[in-house]
Design a binder for this molecule. Structure first.
Ligand code: ACO
Length: 337
């Protein structure tokens, strides 16, 4: 498999991998249950849990931002890795709900952590944000430019929901996860795959923005998630089926080599379809959607951190991470933890 490398003192090429040195996550305190949502929109716990697997999700407190969630998740990841913020060479943060338009949330995080001077930027790939950030950071490490990178996925989706739209507001939650990546001669991330197809914009989008303009007549200036859920569902299942095969092939591995599937947590039925494709029983799949809902860029690193801290995921095991989101974007990473 193609890997980056640098020449050592004797002129030999030394392969470089990026390896996860530590994970962290953070969830806001406030829990919003399906029963709570029954009081807000015309829905039922039965509809939400049977169609999505979601029972509850977290909601950021007033004034609590994506950057705040990112800071706590990043702090936990740095602690777990035994790495000081000042040692970080690169911060890549996946989000579609930045604190402010600019500077990027990555820059705000960098200053708060005290990692000033390193490269820091956001990636917007909707629910694939963290996976895209991981793919980008992996390339920087493989090329030898960066030794330690902080990769974060953080969202406060609750701020962009239309709380009168039952077809979207029940699905999403707030949260953040992070990993510290380190250059290593041992694998490491084996392969990452990033894809997008903008032709699907109309099925999942937020209709307003700085350049297109806001709608002053609508609540929240027209900021809301527009989704044709059943169409997104069908494309997500098919696309994730494809990317799983593509990822295994790129790494020269088979379904049976995967110890854990750590999927984007949008819908339990989509997760089950991907597990079936991999011939993995559900006890080899990390599921947090029941307690977190869809936290977009936060979802995969939150699930990863929970799996690591619970002792399920062990060093040396092979993990398949994947995500699918607005764009459409879809992405994966196969790695040795
Ligand atoms: N409570 C009760 N009924 C509801 C609710 C609700 N919260 N929401 C919708 N319904 C109704 C609809 O109005 C519809 O009623 P009708 O038949 O009378 O018209 C009925 O339920 C069925 O609606 P569908 O949309 O066909 O339901 P479906 O089984 O497809 O489930 C869902 C909807 C959960 C959204 C599913 O399609 C899904 O998970 N889609 C994928 C979401 C996803 O993966 N998004 C990608 C990431 S998000 C990102 O990138 C930001």
């Amino acid at each position: 498999m193609p890997r980056g490398g640098i020449d050592d003192i004797a002129g030999r090429t030394v392969l470089i991998y990026s390896r996860i040195a530590g994970t962290g996550s953070y969830l806001p305190e406030k829990i919003v249950t399906n029963a709570d949502l029954e009081k807000v929109v015309d829905t039922t716990d039965e509809w939400i849990s049977s169609r999505t697997g979601i029972r509850e999700r977290r909601r950021a407190a007033d004034g609590e931002t994506t950057g705040d969630l990112a800071f706590y998740a990043a702090t936990h990841a740095l602690e777990a890795a035994g790495v000081k913020a000042s040692e970080i060479d690169l911060i890549v943060l996946g989000t579609t709900t930045p604190d402010i338009i600019f500077p990027s949330t990555a820059c705000l995080l960098q200053h708060r952590l005290g990692a000033n001077g390193c490269a820091a930027f956001d990636v917007n790939a909707a629910c694939s944000g963290f996976m895209y950030a991981l793919g980008v950071a992996d390339q920087f490490i493989r090329s030898g430019q960066v030794k330690k990178a902080l990769v974060v996925g953080s969202e406060t989706l609750s701020r962009m929901l239309d709380w009168s739209d039952r077809s979207t507001c029940v699905l999403f939650g707030d949260g953040a996860g992070a990993v510290v990546l380190e250059a290593s001669n041992e694998p490491g991330i084996l392969t990452t795959k990033l894809h997008a197809d903008g032709a699907y914009k109309h099925l999942l989008y937020n209709p307003v923005g700085v350049s297109a303009g806001f709608n002053e007549q609508e609540p929240n200036h027209g900021i809301r998630v527009m989704m044709t859920g059943n169409e997104v569902f069908k494309v997500a299942v098919k696309t994730l089926d494809r990317i799983v095969g593509e990822t295994l092939e790129a790494a020269g591995m088979h379904e049976s080599d995967v110890d854990w599937l750590i999927p984007h947590q949008a819908n339990l039925r989509i997760i089950e379809a991907t597990a079936k494709r991999l011939k993995l029983s559900m006890d080899r799949v990390i599921v947090t959607v029941d307690r977190h809902g869809n936290t977009s860029s936060g979802s995969v690193p939150l699930a990863l951190d929970e799996a690591v801290r619970s002792g399920k995921v062990q060093r040396g095991q092979t993990l398949l991470l994947e995500a699918f989101g607005g764009g459409f974007t879809w992405s994966s990473a196969l790695l040795k933890y």
